[in-house]
Design a protein. Structure first.
Length: 223
């Protein structure tokens, strides 16, 4: 790892290392991060490690407990519910505000990515599916010139998709693709209201997606 710490800033590289450990299960939800061990393992001081942990806390991945250490946060059902509601509001707002920026090339890109998602589902390519899905939503999210919106929404999505214990549900993913198709239809029709509504009130609606969400994350109301 030490040899790889040579491109990004040290803090960013430590951040990426810790995120990878969380995704792969090296740092499990509910576990405490041993700062001394990681600093020694990476051959770094604790300063960039603490800076990276502050970044992770701001994004909701960890909780820094004064005089007690740093705990990796578990993803709970309320976290998912809050995330869906927030993402729906933000993406709907971006469509309303940036609709005039959407060009035929953007729509073609959306159609292509949605077709790729369907192929990923047919091929059971779970990891590529989520990358393709993120790319689909980035097509219009990147039209916003508000950097705060993008800084807010991207970490939330990564926390949703990087959570350990997800269950692949082809039926849900195909339904998501159908929702994408309806969204694209509204864009082609020049209807920003309906396009934003399907994002907020259907695609990112916790109430609409609740049963699939609970299956996907293997969660119950007690979580």
């Amino acid at each position: 790892m030490k040899n790889r710490l040579n491109i990004l800033s040290l803090r960013e590289q430590v951040y990426e290392y810790l995120r990878t450990e969380m995704v792969t299960g090296g740092l499990a939800p509910g576990s405490t991060i041993n700062l001394n061990r990681i600093a020694q393992q990476l051959g770094i001081s604790k300063t960039p490690l603490r800076d990276a942990l502050i970044h992770l806390e701001q994004e909701g991945f960890v909780t820094i407990l004064p005089r007690r250490g740093v705990m990796v946060n578990a993803l709970e059902l309320k976290d998912v519910k809050d995330a869906y509601n927030a993402i729906g509001i933000i993406e709907a707002s971006i469509i309303q505000d940036c609709f005039d920026k959407i060009t035929p090339s953007h729509i073609s890109r959306l159609e292509d990515l949605n077709s790729r998602m369907i192929q990923d589902i047919e091929n059971n390519d779970f990891s590529r599916l989520f990358a393709t899905n993120l790319a689909f939503h980035d097509v219009y999210n990147n039209l916003s010139d508000n950097p705060l919106l993008k800084k807010f929404i991207f970490p939330i999505k990564h926390r949703l998709y990087d959570f350990q214990g997800q269950s692949y549900i082809a039926e849900w993913e195909l339904r998501n693709c159908k929702e994408h198709s309806k969204f694209i239809d509204f864009l082609q029709q020049g209807n920003p209201l309906k396009a934003s509504q399907i994002l907020k009130d259907v695609h990112w609606s916790y109430g609409v997606q609740e049963n699939y969400i609970k299956q996907f994350y293997a969660m119950t109301e007690q979580n």
